[in-house]
Design a protein around this ligand. Structure first.
Ligand code: ADP
Ligand code: MG
Length: 624
């Protein structure tokens, strides 16, 4: 509600009160005299109750009332004034005694008309009063209507305001919820901020640590870089030095190879050693009179004293001296023998061919020397496993000089001029099959081949009856040795001690390639356990034995001839005369290193064969 409205609503209340009071007062009054005030002040007249007091009140008149009063005043100025204006500030005085008393205070200037008018009659007064009241009622009605309108407006406004208030309350509630949410979100965000701050602190600490670590690493990196640079320089220096050393090593290797070969040449490409085996525990026979006169650090001589009785019954002693490249007595170990054999093995690795024969009568110790006893120990194992092991060691060392070697082996047997494969799974197949040795003149190597095609199985090439073993490990060698020994034993039972009637040949072919030097080396080593050299008496020689003896004698005789011719550097060496010499052609001739190991039995009963073997060996050695 506006301020004007509020004023308007107050105004009628006082007026209504005044009007309502006045008729009653008028009714009780005894013709009160009324004088109209000149100013805008109305007069209220009260009839004083008997014995009481009467209090006159001053009321402000309404605008309409004032207007009307002014009209009255105008009439007064026009000498039609019927009332006297009174000062509004004056009050009615209380009468000192009982009875009605009218008192009028006049403060303003009173104008007295020249002729005194007749006082209005009671009716006129009432009429006038009635008119005034009617006006006032009209006015009041108007004001009441205004008030009613204002009330309706106010109510509407109040309702509107209530609605607004409800809306505001709802809005405030929503805002409250939003505020709550916002506060919750704020708390959440604050929590997150707090967490993030903590994390930031942790990260900051970590960053600090990492930064200090990075600093440390930087320094370490710098140190490492310097160190790497130093190492690089050292490495370059070492590389150059290493290359120099490799070149020198290569030069030394060539020098060593040449010198070794020269020594072997000086010693003789064909040498003869004599080995006397010790008497066995099982042997109770007399021992032959063998002596080993020592004139130099190396034992070269052996003497055999034989006692003969002439027809007169006189005993006659005959001393026969033999000299070879070296003589080994009964106490000689396998290792001692191998020290000499090792030179030939070295030559084979250097790219030469080599051949080692064990010659002698049956039981003289050929198989023991070449392969070792049946159950060998590291001390008793023979030349074959020792030679293979030395080859492994030597080719291993040569890897440093970029040499890569391959070692292959064949185990064969020559019986009655027939070649037989000792590694074949079926030894009986060898009967009647003629194997042909094939020589490669470029490499100086030999292979045993027949017409049948072969296939590789488990590192072994089977040619139905022919086997080439890739000797890539000592294990393979041991397996091959075992199989060959078994095959020889099988044949021995079938063919009456055939093992001593055949030549066994273990052929090693060694191929080395050096990619850096663009060089290739091929060397062959043949380790031969010859057939027993004993001669059969004519009476015993019959049937198979006679046949065997013929073949053996023939092959051994041809071997002796070939070696003799080779010693004499003859251009006419007929290797083809015997399968044995033909097989060993490349390992006997040229620059090949040949070693004949003559095995001797210490027994007196073997003296004759001992003498024969020593004579054979002397023939081989004769052209020394
Ligand atoms: P071969 O092969 O010449 O017929 P073996 O090698 O079979 O002779 O030797 C005959 C026997 O003499 C075998 O029992 C062998 O163990 C033994 N024997 C040979 N040489 C030696 C030696 N140096 N030391 C010990 N025993 C040997
Ligand atoms: Mg033997």
């Amino acid at each position: 509600m506006s301020l004007n409205n509020r004023k308007a609503s107050k105004l009628p209340t006082s007026r209504i009160q005044a009007v309502l009071n006045s008729p009653r007062k008028i009714k009780n009054a005894q013709a009160p005299s009324v004088k109209r005030p000149v100013s805008s002040t109305s007069i209220s007249v009260t009839r004083e109750p008997p014995g009481g007091k009467c209090i006159g009140t001053k009321n402000k008149t309404s605008t309409s009332s004032l207007k009307r009063k002014n009209n009255d005043t105008t009439k007064e100025n026009g000498r039609n004034v019927r009332s006297i204006p009174f000062d509004s500030g004056r009050t009615t005085q209380r009468a000192p005694t009982g009875g009605t008393k009218k008192s009028i205070n006049v403060r303003s200037r009173i104008q007295y008309p020249p002729p005194p008018p007749q006082p209005p009659s009671q009716a006129e007064i009432l009429q006038e009063k009635n008119a005034i009241l009617r006006d006032e009622i009209q006015q009041l009605k108007k004001e009441r209507d205004e008030v009613t309108t204002l009330n309706i407006q106010s109510r509407n406004e109040v309702q509107e305001m209530k609605r607004s208030k409800d809306e505001y309350i709802a809005e405030i509630a929503k805002i409250g919820v939003r505020v709550d949410n916002a506060q919750a979100r704020k708390r959440e965000v604050e929590g997150k901020i707090s967490d993030l701050r903590k994390k930031c602190e942790v990260l900051s600490d970590e960053k600090f640590e990492l930064t200090s670590q990075v600093e440390i690493y930087k320094k370490e990196f710098e140190t490492a870089q310097n160190s790497i640079q130093e190492q690089d320089e050292k490495m370059e220096y070492n590389l150059n030095f290493s290359q120099e050393l490799t070149t020198k090593l290569q030069e030394h290797e060539y020098l060593r190879r040449d010198l070794h070969n020269l020594v072997q040449d000086l010693k003789g490409n064909i040498r003869v050693f004599c080995r006397v085996r010790p008497p066995l525990e099982s042997e109770s026979d007399d021992l032959a009179d063998l002596k080993y006169p020592k004139e130099s650090p190396v034992n070269r001589k052996i003497s055999l004293t034989s006692t003969t009785t002439n027809y007169l019954g006189r005993k006659k002693e005959r001393l026969k001296d033999y000299e070879f490249d070296q003589v080994f007595g009964p106490e000689t170990t396998q290792k001692d023998i191998f020290n000499e054999v090792a030179h030939i093995v070295q030559s084979v690795v250097d790219g030469y061919n080599g051949c080692i024969f064990a010659y002698g009568q049956t039981g003289a110790g050929k198989t023991y020397t070449m392969a070792g006893p049946n159950n060998p120990t590291p001390e008793t194992e023979g030349m074959i496993p020792r030679a293979v092991r030395l080859i492994y060691d030597l080719i291993q060392n040569l890897k440093a000089q970029c040499w890569v070697f391959k070692m292959e082996g064949q185990f064969i047997e020559i019986y009655n001029d027939t070649i037989r494969d000792l590694l074949s799974t079926n030894p009986s197949h060898s009967n009647g099959i003629k194997y042909k040795p094939e020589h490669d003149e470029n490499t100086g190597t030999t292979k045993i081949l027949n017409a049948k095609t072969g296939k590789f199985t488990n590192r072994i090439l089977f040619d139905k009856n022919f086997v080439l073993v890739n000797l890539d490990s000592p294990d393979t060698l041991n397996r091959a040795l075992k199989i060959s020994a078994q095959n020889r034993a099988v044949a021995a039972t079938k063919c009456n001690a055939r093992s001593s009637r055949s030549h066994s040949v273990f052929m090693i072919r060694l191929t080395g390639i050096n990619e850096n030097l663009k060089e290739q080396r091929v060397g062959s080593l043949n380790l031969i356990d010859l057939a027993g050299s004993e001669r059969l008496s004519k009476s015993e020689s019959k049937g198979d034995q006679l046949q065997e003896a013929k073949y053996i004698n023939s092959s051994l005789s041809h071997l002796k001839t070939v070696i003799e011719k080779l010693r004499k550097d003859s251009n006419h060496v007929n290797f083809r005369d015997s399968p044995l010499t033909w097989l060993l052609k490349n390992s006997l001739g040229g620059k090949a290193k040949v070693l004949m190991l003559v095995n001797i039995s210490p027994l007196e009963s073997s003296r004759s064969e001992t003498e024969s073997s020593l004579d054979f060996a002397t023939c081989v050695n004769a052209t020394h």
